[in-house]
Write a protein that binds this ligand. Structure first.
Ligand SMILES: [Zn+2]
Length: 411
């Protein structure tokens, strides 16, 4: 008899249906995994075998074969553990094939048979529902995330023991824990910004027209503060867009337990010392999304623009234009979305500018030439941000709040 369980691999943001088959046959005793290259499979073998032993299921002393198909799909991480254990349990007659029909399993097994959360559950859940799977079994930590896909039943389990109990009908399934809340994340507000009429106007124009923006001004004049407030005047994300943003966070392993769906556009501010892999996506095995894709449908803020390496800025150009970044790795080339609004900030000259500036024209020219031409072409607006004096701070009222500006932007 062959035990079969459904699961799903995620390559980039692309889910791929994976079938796990388990068969125990003659041959030297041991558990062998095929269709999953490298050390990940060996480690999975040990975890699955130990977890099964922990719930009192010992595999017969014959050759147990577990196959993950399609074999050519890269299978990174420990997300297949649970499906492998379920296929073996089914093969051994511990659970029936009917009890796991139209059900998929995504989770890592600990040695004591508890089930751990894994990255990428949200895009997995969305695909499973489209493939006609009716129920997804995940760790408690991933349950709220999976439940963001509303037409899929979600069964949270803390352990393999609990799962077997539910599948045998000996235990009742627990409900999905509710997300912590649905309130919109509180964003930094433009009312905190005093003065800066020109820069505020440029920010509003950028929000309304989707323009990329370069803020030029001396250190401490509030460029970062202004940039961080752009999301507060952008229209909130609709549900499909918010799910896209959440899917990138899910694959990056950044969705915390019970986090509600966030409709606010993201704001990501990478540092100029960041590596190309961290900015664009990368890592060993299957590439993970970088800062660029985490800012998808939101704002990517590049502070101290002239400190960024020319090659790094150059590498941003095409993904920002095309809205998609391709990251090639040995095992797969993955695509991540990268529709961002750029806000860059720079000092006007090498010394930072201001009244005491004694920089020569040559020095200033050399400094500004560090910005690569093609990326500079993409920056549509470049208002000057003036330094504020103590008098300004005392005299000026709080700025117009974001809500009022957002109303004009949306109009
Ligand atoms: Zn200067």
């Amino acid at each position: 008899m062959v035990g079969r369980a459904h699961t799903v691999a995620v390559v980039g943001l692309e889910p791929v249906a994976v079938t796990v088959e388990a068969h125990v046959a003659g041959g030297l005793p041991g558990l062998h995994v095929i269709g999953s290259a490298g050390s990940a499979a060996r480690e999975a073998t040990d975890r699955v075998k130990t977890a099964l032993a922990a719930i009192g299921v010992t595999l017969p002393s014959r050759k147990a074969l577990v196959s993950l198909a399609p074999a050519e799909t890269p299978k990174a991480g420990a997300r297949f553990d649970l499906a492998m254990a379920v296929a073996l349990l089914c093969e051994q007659g511990e659970i029936t094939a009917e009890s796991i029909a139209e059900t998929a399993f995504v989770g890592e097994l600990a040695l004591d048979a508890s089930v751990r959360g894994v990255p990428g559950v949200l895009p997995s859940a969305a695909a499973l529902s489209a493939w006609g799977i009716r129920r997804l079994v995940v760790a408690d930590a991933n349950a709220a995330e999976a439940a963001l896909v509303t037409d899929l039943g979600v069964l949270p389990v803390t352990s393999l023991d609990e799962l077997v109990g539910v599948l045998r009908g000996e235990r009742s399934p627990r409900p999905v824990p509710q997300a912590a809340g649905v309130a919109r994340r509180r964003l930094p507000d433009l009312s905190d910004v005093r003065g800066q009429a020109e820069a505020r106007r440029a920010l509003e124009l950028a929000a309304a027209g989707g323009h990329h923006l370069l803020l030029v001004g001396p250190p401490g004049c509030g460029k970062s503060m202004l940039a961080a407030r752009l999301p507060s005047i952008l229209p909130p994300l609709d549900r499909p867009a918010a799910l896209e943003v959440a899917a990138v966070r899910s694959v990056a392993g950044l969705i915390s337990d019970g986090e509600p769906l966030d409709h606010a556009p993201p704001f990501v501010a990478p540092h100029h010392s960041m590596s190309a892999a961290a900015l664009l996506g990368g890592g060993s095995g299957v590439a993970r999304p970088g800062a660029l894709s985490l800012a998808h449908r939101g704002v990517l803020f590049l502070d101290e623009l002239f400190e960024w390496g020319r090659a790094l800025l150059e590498s941003l150009r095409e993904p920002v234009e095309e809205g998609v970044v391709r990251v090639a790795r040995a095992r797969a080339t993955v695509r991540y979305p990268s529709r961002v609004q750029l806000v860059c900030a720079a000092n006007p000259c090498p010394c930072g500018g201001g009244d005491s500036c004694a920089c020569t024209d040559d020095a200033i020219w050399g400094y500004r030439s560090r910005l690569s031409g093609p990326l500079a072409d993409r920056l549509d607006l470049a208002p000057h941000v003036d330094p504020l004096t103590a008098d300004d701070l005392l005299a000026q009222q709080a700025g117009e709040p974001s809500a009022a500006v957002a109303t004009r932007v949306a109009a």
